[in-house]
Design a protein around this ligand. Structure first.
Ligand code: SF4
Length: 301
């Protein structure tokens, strides 16, 4: 297979079949410091792009071979929205996907382009990256192609979110010494209040980065996540802490009314007694459990 890979078991989206629209080389209009691909000069073209029918053929074969796939993920060795036939590809995938969800992982840079918006509107789950909302931080961390402006991007993200009826997720990647501070997170929060994503994933570097930058620890991620009131936050964690918290019924209700907790938060931080109280609250319909693009969250109704 040249254009598909996996399936891979993604904790955030479930069993996923990946589509790579730029298998030959990195084609991206950013050159992020944390990129897990090698650093490369930003470009707005995918070189040697595949034909839509070739991609569809491979996806069909993979879906027959792996019937348990939950999500078909449009990604790339770079930025998938640079693919010039994206709309045609999305139409073709929607025809064959049956009960699977179609997901795209984009760096958000092209969201002001009407052609890109038209294609994204037909995708079940759109995941935007947004590492910074200020120009200085954006240029430092995402190193975009000249002329790409974060203020335009965030404005268009808000416009898109007003017409998009499927699931919208925003991912923030935190890099030590660049966006690991409350000031940057609060600027992102101001934008998120208008975008109103269904879920926000916050993580840090976990594979060798293109440039000499470092990850932050989980304590820092947890601390920064408190800048985002009333948003379903999914923290991408690796280590399970030894100490779990005992919460009363009132404390749980108060916590969930301010901040929905993912099933991973419950697993990581709730003691066995707290989990029992949580289950009772769920049984009594005092709280609800909802699935947001593959991650379950507990929240107040
Ligand atoms: S947007 Fe993605 S592919 Fe492009 S440089 Fe950044 S991390 Fe790498």
């Amino acid at each position: 297979m040249r254009y598909t890979f996996g399936p891979v078991n993604s904790r955030r989206f479930g069993l996923s079949l990946g589509i790579d629209l730029s298998p030959d080389q990195k084609s991206c209009n950013f050159d992020c410091v944390y990129c897990e691909l090698s650093g490369a000069k930003p470009t707005d073209k995918i070189s040697n792009p595949p034909k839509v029918k070739e991609v569809i053929k491979e996806v069909k074969e993979s879906l027959c071979k792996f019937p348990d796939i939950k999500v078909i993920t449009i990604t790339s060795n770079g930025e998938p929205t640079l693919y010039e036939h994206l709309d045609e590809l999305v139409n073709g995938l929607n025809k064959i996907k049956e009960d699977k969800k179609l997901l795209i992982l984009t760096n958000s840079s092209t969201i002001c382009d009407e052609k890109v918006q038209k294609a994204l509107l037909k995708i079940d789950i759109v995941k935007f990256s947004l590492d910074c909302a200020s120009t200085k931080c954006f240029k430092k961390i995402d190193r975009p192609l000249k002329g790409i402006d974060i203020t335009d991007i965030t404005k268009c993200m808000v416009e898109f979110s007003n017409i998009f009826t499927n699931t919208l997720i925003v991912e923030i990647l935190v890099v030590k010494g660049i966006n690991d501070n409350k000031k940057e997170m609060r600027e992102i929060y101001q934008v998120l209040k208008d975008i109103k994503p269904h879920r926000v994933d916050i993580g840090t570097i976990d594979r060798p980065p293109a440039y000499k930058v470092e990850a932050v620890d989980e304590k820092k991620l947890e601390e920064l996540s408190h800048c985002f009131d009333n948003i379903a936050i999914s923290l991408i964690r690796k280590n399970i802490p030894d100490k779990k918290e005992n919460f009363s019924k009132e404390e749980i209700l108060n916590l969930l009314s301010h901040r929905p907790q993912s099933e991973w938060d419950i697993e990581y931080f709730f003691s066995e007694d707290s989990k029992k109280i949580l289950e009772k609250l769920l049984f009594d319909h005092k709280i609800i459990k909802e699935d947001i693009a593959g991650v379950a969250f507990y929240t107040t109704p």
